[in-house]
Design a protein around this ligand. Sequence first.
Ligand code: NAD
Length: 325
Amino acid sequence: MSKRVLLTTTSFQDTPGTHQELLNSQNWEIVRARGPLSETEMLELAGEFDIFLCGDDAITQAVIDKSLPRLQAISKYGIGLDKINVDFATEKNIPVLFTPGVNHTTVAEHTFGLLLGITKDIQSNAVAVQNGEWVAGWRKPIGNEIMGKTIGILGLGRIGKEVAIRANAFGMKIIAFDPYFDDAFAEEHGVKKCCSMDEVLLGADVISLHCFLNDETENMINAEKIAEMRNGVIVLNCARGELVDTNAMAEALKSGKVGGYGADVLDAEPPAPNHVLIGAPKCIITSHIGSRTHESVQRQANRCLHNAINFLSGDADVLCANGIL
Ligand SMILES: NC(=O)c1ccc[n+]([C@@H]2O[C@H](COP(=O)([O-])OP(=O)(O)OC[C@H]3O[C@@H](n4cnc5c(N)ncnc54)[C@H](O)[C@@H]3O)[C@@H](O)[C@H]2O)c1
């Protein structure tokens, strides 16, 4: 019997590349949906599937329950597993497969796009020019260089390390905190080790968040932590919106305590039209596109597919996040 597979990720589906040929060469019945799907939408679909090829869809306990006994594996297209109830999947012996190491360079490049967008006021100037206003004379914005500034990286994992490599190229000083700090990498790339998140907050002109979301990191950047930061600090978030207390960030942008917030992610995606960060001063938000390049999508989709194909054929080349394989 051919396998029945639910494919929800849109960048996988919409981007041409070798992954499309690999997918089409499988003898699978593929049901396509346009994710990320809410729990309600997932519950409507869940049931007779052997594999989920999913993005940031809500794969809750109820969704997994409804998908059993047929569901054999969840193959996440990406690395962040915060929308999947991994503990429940583990309890039910369902492997959660994922794709670390495929999009770190792309997300790091995006991080610098946001940073330069803020420091040179590129977004508002470009929008004005596009709208026919050639901002001239004394009204031209005056920005800041990033050379010589200190970037503080919270989470020196795959993406954090790529950010450090690029920060060096820009002539920045680098400090970082990670509970599993890679001393060898830090030595090689001139990253100063901090023993706590607070040490980073105190010492950085730019703070870039690259840790995953869990109970410990949710709202890690809140009013109290913002108060510890340097005046006019720039905060970058290409990880997860929930790492930052949105209201506290909006207040800090308004008061000028935070001199810029560049985020690829929000605590609600898509956000409500009246979300406090939309239209906030010195705030650039992109719609979770940090990992979306033709290069990265192909790598990620192929890894996600290989995980599923290899799992089904018993091949050991599978990246499993919950220790079942
Ligand atoms: N914007 C996007 O499109 C996009 C794409 C890929 C990943 N992401 C996000 O970026 C995150 C990081 O990805 P990665 O590939 O670098 O993951 P990774 O697992 O390689 O790195 C995460 C690092 O965070 C560290 N960490 C954990 N708790 C911490 C804490 N309290 N303080 C400081 N560091 C802490 C971990 O030790 C680890 O080294 C993902 O979890 C995901 O949420 C976003």
